[in-house]
Design a protein around this ligand. Structure first.
Ligand code: SF4
Length: 354
């Protein structure tokens, strides 16, 4: 019996016969049982022997980060481990380990199996300084319309839908942060965090449309914001056209940085969590009470369900405001940094290492 994700909650008691679906998997279960005795025997042999000699690999992260990672990965250097190379294929990881290479510093440029992005990341680490294509940044930023509205959402996707009209696991935004960024580098902060028990979307959507104004690019850092805006348009048909206009104004900052810059501290990764401290070392996500979207979602749900109350709930809401606000302030600073790099690069006439 499992949750039926097509179920639409109508309010009141859950209609359990529609929320849950029963499927007969007896045949598959019987088939799977045939391999159990042999697998048990393998486990017994493993437990009777010494610690298994298993190489690190994809299994350390997927489907979940392994809790033994600190133990098994301890032989890697703390700075620039080869596992930090972006999208490193398991066979290339194993080939590097077999060659005795554990640091990105020691990865030869012609090592077989490396992608262009991985080679460029390794080159930036070896050079110890960033490389920048200033003209590329200038070209990428040319379509940006000022003022730039940097936007970030926090969302929940509860298995049991909380509000009428929502489905199990449907993404519902409960918070946003907007920094309105002017060409002179100044910025104003606008934010919304829903604290009631009702559906956050109508109030959040009205506030957001007012906060995003009529003219100016809506800057985001992942494809996620586009999906949340499309979800708001679906959920609130009367605002569909207004949200279509917002979606037309979207400008993705991530490829500007990923395509045109290489920073040794980011080691080829373009996630804002790595890129921000690399280009703006006075800012980072470490030390925040909430430092990732999943934690934000879980803590907010606990407040909604009344599992977190009083001063602790007040602290969670303050942590949420700080985290979401940093995401958009980070984009303000990164955009300014990219503009500075483009200007400096074009002025120097090199278009290469700064
Ligand atoms: S970290 Fe976990 S998954 Fe990876 S090798 Fe060690 S025990 Fe296996």
């Amino acid at each position: 019996m499992h949750i039926d994700t097509t179920y639409v909650y109508r309010g009141g008691e859950y209609e359990l016969d529609r929320l849950l679906r029963i499927e007969d998997v007896t045949a598959e279960a019987r088939e799977s049982m045939r391999s159990v005795p042999q697998r048990l025997e393998e486990f017994r042999l493993m437990l009777a022997g010494p610690e298994p000699d298993v190489r690190i690999g994809n299994q350390c992260k997927r489907p979940y980060p392994c809790e033994f990672a600190a133990y098994c990965h301890a032989f890697l250097p703390e700075r620039y481990p080869i596992t930090a190379l972006p999208r490193l294929a398991e066979r290339t990881l194993h080939a590097l380990l077999e060659a005795g290479i554990t640091s990105i510093h020691d990865v030869p440029d012609d090592f077989p199996g490396l992608t262009l992005g991985q080679r460029e990341a390794a080159a930036a680490v070896r050079a110890g300084e960033p490389t920048v294509d200033g003209r590329g940044i200038a070209r990428a930023l040319a379509p940006l319309v000022w003022p730039a509205y940097h936007l970030d959402f926090e969302t929940i996707a509860p298995a049991l839908p909380r509000w009428p009209g929502t489905r199990p696991y449907e993404t519902v935004p409960f918070q946003y942060s907007v920094h309105v960024h002017h060409p002179d580098g100044t910025a104003e902060h606008r934010e919304y965090l829903h604290t009631g028990d009702d559906d956050p979307r109508p109030t959040l959507a009205a506030r957001l449309l007012a906060d995003l104004g009529e003219i100016g690019s809506v800057v985001h850092y992942t494809p996620y914001e586009r999906g949340v805006l499309a979800g708001l348009a679906d959920a609130l048909p009367e605002l569909e056209e207004r949200f279509a206009d917002i979606i037309d104004r979207l400008f993705d900052l991530e490829p500007v940085i990923r395509v045109n810059t290489r920073h040794p501290e980011a080691a080829g990764r373009s996630s804002i969590k790595f890129v921000l401290p690399a280009w703006c070392p006075d800012l980072s996500y470490s030390g925040l009470g909430i430092a990732d979207g999943q934690t934000a979602s879980v803590r907010y749900l606990r407040v909604l369900r009344g599992e977190t109350t009083g001063a602790e709930a007040v602290r969670v809401l303050a942590d949420l405001a700080e985290y979401c606000g940093l995401d958009t302030y980070a984009m303000v600073r990164l955009l300014d940094e990219m503009r500075r790099l483009a200007d400096a690069d074009v002025a120097s006439g090199t278009g290469e290492v700064l």
